[in-house]
Design a protein around this ligand. Structure first.
Ligand code: FES
Ligand SMILES: [Fe+2]
Length: 321
C-alpha cells in the first residue's frame, strides 16, 4: 500500500480492460492493469476472454509471441501448450497427459456499450452489480462513440470526486457560478444532478450534467442544455499510483449531423481544457482521510461513504490534515 492513499490500490467491481475493437478475433491482445499482466482474445463464439498472461508451465508471457489458434484457443510461444477461454490447458502437444493443475486464471468479463469490462474482487466474490446498457449508443439518432484517453498519476477516487466538487468548477474551470446539485445514492450507484446556466451564442440556457457512477470505475454522464450528449467515462488503475482514464461520448443528431459534429468538437475541446486544468492538481495532491470541509463541501462525505463498499478491508481514515 502506498503512503499516499490509506486504502488498497484496487477496488472491487467492473473495470474497462479494453474497448471492444481492441480485442479482435484471431488476435491476442496484452494489457497491463491492476498491477497485473493480462492477455485477451475472442473464443470461437466471439466472446471476449481475459486470462492471466504467465503460462503455468515455465512462465512464458503468452502475449509475447503467443497466438490464437483454431477453436479460439491460446497457444504459448514457449512449448506450445494450449489454453481455452476458461484458462484450462487443453493440449500439451508432446505429451499424452495434461497436468491437472495446468490452469490459467480466467477473469469474468462482460461486453457492454462497446467496452469489455473485467470483474475484479479482492476476495474472489461474484459481481455485486451489473453494467447497464446505454440504448442510445446503439441508435442511429446518436453519433458513433468517440474516445479520448489520458494516463494520470493519481487514483480514480481523486478524479471521480470531481462530480461532487461543485466548487472547483468555479475556481479551476472558470464557471461563473457554482452549480446546484442533488445527490441520490442507491447501493452501487451514485447519482449527482447538477443544474447550471450555460452561455451560448443565443444567450443563456438551462444546462444539466447528470453523472451516475456504477461502481468504482464507470460513470455515465448525460449532458443537456445544448444538444443531448452522453459520456461513458471509465477509469482503470494501471498500478497503485497510475490510472488510465478514458471518455467516450456520443451526441444526439436531433439537430442534424452538422450540429452534432459541432457540439462533439466543442465538448472535446472543453474536455481537453478541463483535463489540462484538473490533471496537475490530481497528480500533485495528497489524500486526506479526514479533510477539513466547509459549507458546500457536503458531497465529499456522501461520496466517500458510498465508495467504501468497493473495498474488502475496512481501511481506517488516516491522513487527516
Ligand atoms: S512456458 Fe508455456 S508452454 Fe512452456
Ligand atoms: Fe474538474
Amino acid at each position: 500500500m502506498s503512503s499516499r492513499y490509506p486504502f488498497p490500490p484496487y477496488a472491487n467491481g467492473w473495470f474497462r480492460i479494453a474497448y471492444a475493437d481492441e480485442i479482435e478475433r484471431g488476435q491476442l491482445a496484452t494489457f497491463h492493469y491492476l498491477g497485473r499482466e493480462f492477455v485477451a482474445f475472442r473464443d470461437a463464439s466471439g466472446t471476449a476472454r481475459v486470462l492471466d498472461a504467465f503460462c503455468p508451465h515455465l512462465g512464458a508471457h503468452l502475449g509475447h509471441g503467443g497466438t490464437v489458434v483454431e477453436g479460439g484457443r491460446v497457444r504459448c510461444p514457449f512449448h506450445a501448450w494450449e489454453f481455452d477461454g476458461q484458462g484450462t490447458c487443453v493440449r500439451v502437444p508432446y505429451a499424452k497427459k495434461i497436468p491437472p493443475k495446468a490452469q490459467l486464471r480466467a477473469w469474468q468479463t462482460c461486453e457492454r456499450n462497446g467496452v469489455v469490462f473485467l470483474h475484479h474482487d479482492a476476495d474472489g466474490r461474484e459481481p455485486a452489480y451489473e453494467i447497464p446498457e446505454v440504448d442510445e449508443f446503439a441508435s442511429d439518432a446518436w453519433t458513433p462513440l468517440e474516445v479520448r484517453r489520458w494516463t494520470v498519476k493519481a487514483r480514480w477516487l481523486d478524479m471521480n470526486e470531481n462530480c461532487v466538487d461543485g466548487v472547483h468548477f468555479k475556481y479551476v474551470h472558470g464557471a461563473h457560478t457554482i452549480p446546484e446539485s442533488e445527490i441520490e445514492v442507491d447501493g452501487p450507484t451514485f447519482r449527482v444532478r447538477n443544474r447550471m446556466k450555460l452561455g451560448t451564442p443565443k444567450g443563456e440556457v438551462d444546462g444539466g450534467i447528470d453523472t451516475t457512477d456504477y461502481g468504482p470505475a464507470l460513470q455515465i454522464v448525460r449532458l443537456s442544455g445544448i444538444l443531448p450528449t452522453i459520456m461513458l467515462n471509465t477509469a482503470t488503475p494501471i498500478d497503485a499510483e497510475t490510472t488510465d482514464v478514458s471518455f467516450a461520448y456520443s451526441v444526439s443528431t436531433e439537430g442534424g449531423a452538422e450540429a452534432a459534429r459541432g457540439v462533439g468538437a466543442a465538448i472535446i475541446k472543453d474536455l481537453e481544457k478541463q483535463m489540462a486544468q484538473d490533471i496537475p492538481i490530481w497528480e500533485n495532491k495528497t489524500y486526506w482521510g479526514r479533510p477539513i470541509l466547509a459549507e458546500g463541501d457536503e458531497g465529499f462525505n456522501t461520496y466517500r461513504k458510498w465508495y467504501r463498499q468497493f473495498f474488502s478491508v475496512d481501511y481506517d481514515s488516516r491522513g487527516s490534515a
